[in-house]
Design a protein around this ligand. Structure first.
Ligand SMILES: Nc1nc2c(ncn2[C@@H]2O[C@H](COP(=O)(O)OP(=O)(O)OP(=O)(O)O)[C@@H](O)[C@H]2O)c(=O)[nH]1
Ligand SMILES: [Mg+2]
Ligand SMILES: [Zn+2]
Length: 344
């Protein structure tokens, strides 16, 4: 090799010219995985250590400023590594293209909608519900599974706090999801039931736990890996609601391999980039019925001769499932209407 090439990089305002000497010592193609972001810094796992990283100035400019540039799960290229610092520091030179992501609809401060990416480059979404304290929310699992379908990642369902109920009134509802091909696990972080199965489901994959506050997401992770020592707190007895103990999405390496993202409790959820007309495509149980609809554009709502409604009438699709579909379509339509009024 004929020495190292001197890179001539035009200076960008607010950015320094790349230090080629530094690059020569620490090759610039060091990649890492973002564990969490907060303020100006991202925490990145690279080479078995956890680095505190700032973004290169150019990444913060223009349109990108509107959104978080990096999220948990992002693959990034590090430069200007300072391994001798405690913690080690580096600069994020580049955010690599995302294989996929899970996003929800967020609201801009200035009005209008904005994509809120929760986690990038993942394999599966694990929806967590507790069977009581807090009680399961109708239609919530359905929505999160729509997001999993939309972003083409596997979806699973964990029913936690089985120790607190003798017989769940919703037993059949949950089994319906298993019939659709989603893994359904029943767990108790208290008794340990089902925890080994959950650990197995997470092994070697990148997953996110999503669910309402207080359902036990962080407690379950602490049971799987006590070293995580995640903060948890009791559900308020007055309201029966969680306290939003976890406040940002964070990724953790698992001892058995893979990464798990713990996320803050969700109050509601509208998937990003799903038109009301597309929701039907993300309900796999509607596919057969939809073949029988008189109109190809049928939204399975008010239209006559609807194959999906026929299945609902025959009890093949449960009423609660169909109600969850209609509610999501209506919410997305309402949002579109308010956007047209207020506008971006
Ligand atoms: N009885 C029982 N209690 C549980 C179980 N899992 C969690 N809890 C309790 O539920 C409460 C809430 O647990 P967290 O782990 O903080 O819930 P979370 O889903 O992380 O909540 P946020 O971080 O607010 O979103 C705690 O008091 C836990 O001890 C369980 O399986 N059985
Ligand atoms: Mg938590
Ligand atoms: Zn129809």
């Amino acid at each position: 090799m004929a020495g190292f090439r001197i890179l001539v990089v035009p200076a960008v305002e607010g950015d320094e010219t790349i230090d080629t000497t530094e690059n020569a010592i620490h090759p610039p193609n060091a990649t890492g995985v973002v564990m969490r972001t907060g303020g100006e810094r991202s925490i990145v796992a690279h080479g078995g250590r956890v680095w505190s990283c700032q973004l290169r100035g150019k990444l913060k400019q223009g349109k990108r400023r509107e959104q978080t540039v990096t999220v948990a799960g992002d693959r990034v290229v590090l430069g200007a590594l300072q391994p001798e610092h405690e913690p080690p520091e580096a600069v994020i030179e580049e955010v690599l293209p995302r294989r996929n992501r899970i996003s929800r609809m967020g609201t801009r401060r200035s009005g209008g909608n904005i994509e809120q990416v929760l986690v990038a480059n993942l394999d599966q979404v694990v929806v967590v519900q507790s069977l009581t304290e807090p009680d399961p929310q109708k239609g919530f699992v359905d929505r999160l599974l729509v997001a999993a379908e939309r972003f083409e990642v596997a979806g699973h369902l964990v029913l936690n706090k089985v120790d607190l109920v003798t017989e769940s009134a919703l037993q059949q509802d949950w089994d319906y999801f298993a019939g659709l091909g989603y893994t359904v696990l029943r767990t108790s972080a208290t008794s340990g039931q089902g925890v080994a199965e959950l650990a197995e489901l997470l092994r070697g994959r990148t997953s996110i736990l999503m669910g309402a506050s207080g359902v036990g997401k962080s407690t379950l992770l602490n049971t799987i890996d006590p070293d995580l020592a995640l903060q948890v707190s009791t559900v308020a007895s007055r309201t029966g609601l969680g306290r939003h103990t976890t406040t940002s999405t964070e990724l953790f390496p698992l001892p058995q391999g893979g990464f798990i993202a713990d996320s803050p409790g969700l109050r509601g959820f509208e998937p990003w980039d799903v038109d009301p007309e597309e929701v039907r495509d993300y309900f796999p149980d509607f596919t057969d019925g939809a073949q029988e609809c008189r109109f190809r554009t049928c939204l399975h709502d008010q239209e006559p001769q609807c194959g999906v409604k026929k299945l609902v009438g025959a009890g093949k699709i449960p009423d609660w499932r169909y109600a969850a579909y209609l509610a999501l379509v209506r919410d997305l339509k309402d949002r579109r209407r308010s956007l047209r009024k207020g506008g971006w």
